[in-house]
Design a protein around this ligand. Sequence first.
Ligand code: NAD
Length: 250
Amino acid sequence: MNTSNQKRVAIVTGGGSGIGLAIAEKFTQDKIETVIVGRDEEKLKKATSQLGPLCHPMICDVSNLASIPALIEQVMSKFGQIDILVNNAGINMKKDFTEVTDEEFQQVITTNLCSVFAISREVVKEMLKKGSGSIINISSMAAQYGLPKVIAYSASKTAIDGMTRAMAVELSPKGIRINAIAPGFIETAMTAKALNSDPERKQKVFGRTPMGYMGKPDDIGEAALFLASDAARYITGVVLPVDGGNSVGF
Ligand code: NAD
């Protein structure tokens, strides 16, 4: 919880729904000016009316990499600073390995990985000017396990973990902390889609989650707020599982 009255500005990609919305809610509750970025104007409007005046929608398809510098310029001209970036927007694709086309593989990689690089690069240019900042990448347990039928998603999230570490060693000496959160199985539209059609996987998820239930988007919101805050000032380069023990469950 922030105790100072200093202005803080955050960007949360994919902030209109699910985990991103929960993160944006925690941030606005902590008095952080929060820009939520997404493609769907209606969804962003609904989120903005739910979260109140500290929430600011900006339309951008982050897989359109050429549009990213203008997005960050827009944030800078409106707020004059960026203190926190949460790279949360992502897509999943569940398909047999041999059925995945090059175009589909590329689409997942562009959305989940290339956009994270491009947005981070533009934001880091601004953070370097003031010598501080916190970037949080939303990874996945799919980066740590061999999950069947999510080849592009797993590749993208494993790369996110590597990029988190590489960015942390390069940028932490300059005052910018980089961390990732690896959500376990969290109740959102994305997991409902992935699990409801696959009872065997659902059984496996619960079988190896010591806490015995799925997490809520809010659980990721709490972790993101902590990592973004000064309370986490000596934490950089970590991939924090928020998973009810799923990653250590047998
Ligand atoms: P979600 O589908 O509810 O949210 C994803 C958000 O990203 C949506 O608002 C979507 O519109 C946005 N988005 C997708 N592509 C975009 C694009 N090209 N441009 C702009 N916005 C785009 O899913 P979620 O479960 O909340 O997932 C959020 C993040 O958490 C993802 O990165 C996902 O991989 C990760 N994750 C989720 C779980 C889970 O259990 N739900 C587990 C591990 C990791």
